[in-house]
Write a protein of this length. Structure first.
Length: 64
């Protein structure tokens, strides 16, 4: 059912929230804490990839 007005849309949203809360689902969970290790892991992985690519290119020139 498509809502015809803003009020109907808000009523549908309120009904959905009530139903979710009755089922034990939190519609607005708390924010998760930042995970700085993920940024470091991704950066380290990118450095390893770049070093691998550069070493392959340099090895081609040295092996001739």
């Amino acid at each position: 059912m498509a809502a015809q007005s803003v009020e109907e849309e808000l009523q549908e949203l309120a009904a959905l929230v009530r139903e979710a809360e009755a089922l034990g689902i939190d519609p607005w969970p708390a924010e998760k804490p930042d995970r700085p290790w993920a940024r470091w892991a991704l950066g380290l992985f990118m450095i390893v990839l770049m070093l691998s690519a550069v070493s392959k290119v340099l090895f081609r020139f040295v092996s001739f």
